[in-house]
Design a protein around this ligand. Structure first.
Ligand SMILES: [Cu+2]
Length: 207
């Protein structure tokens, strides 16, 4: 038992001595070996040291920044001169380029619709090819021109096979090689068909 106590005392003395030694070396006044931990004092010292280094670094950086600014101002002045030269060249190019005017708004237009060969026999309605194209979209004021390219006579009659002609337009029978045209002044959706061959149907969309 006695030998164990001795060993413990030796240890505690050693710890105090080491602690005091650290504290002393760190320049801290010391009441007891245990109240002032040497690690704290060294940490605060290293913090101060680090702060000093930080300040030194910042000073160096700001000096270098000033130097860099001075350099930039010198080179920047040169850069501006060359940019000005480039701008002058661009202006000359623009002046020598031909003046292209924007295309003017187009007036009323006409759209062609064909009545293809063979439409006098059923079948074209399966692919919507009885009038080509079977639907056209135009603006108010535009004209649709139907051309009979078939060998048979046909009509272009507004309305539908179910309800009959609505009286808006009607070509009556027109022969192979003939044309029929309608100018649409009012917007709307205009269905039409062929009175002779009711499977032939088309539509004009006027906006
Ligand atoms: Cu027809």
């Amino acid at each position: 038992m006695a030998s164990v106590d001795k060993a413990a005392m030796v240890w505690s003395i050693a710890i105090v001595a080491v602690g005091a030694g650290f504290a002393m070396s760190a320049g801290i006044a010391l009441d007891t070996g245990f109240t002032s931990l040497p690690t704290v004092s060294t940490t605060s010292d290293s913090k101060i040291e680090a702060a000093k280094q930080q300040i030194e670094m910042e000073q160096k950086l700001s000096m270098e920044e000033e130097r860099a600014k001075a350099m930039e101002e010198q080179t920047g002045a040169m850069g501006e001169t060359s940019v000005e030269l480039e701008e002058t060249v661009e202006q000359e190019v623009e002046l020598s380029a031909p003046i292209i005017e924007a295309p003017q708004a187009t007036g009323p237009m006409s759209v062609d619709v064909a009545i293809p060969t063979g439409t006098a026999v059923p079948g074209c309605e399966e692919t919507n090819d009885c009038y080509l194209p079977d639907t056209v979209s135009i603006n108010a004021g535009d004209t649709v021109i139907w051309s009979n390219t078939d060998t048979a006579a046909h009509t272009v009659t507004s309305g539908s096979p179910t309800n009959g002609p609505d009286g808006i337009f009607d070509s009556s029978l027109f022969m192979a090689g003939a044309t029929f045209e309608v100018t649409f002044d009012d917007s709307g959706s205009y269905d039409y068909f062929c009175m002779v061959h009711p499977w032939m149907q088309g539509n004009v969309q006027v906006s």
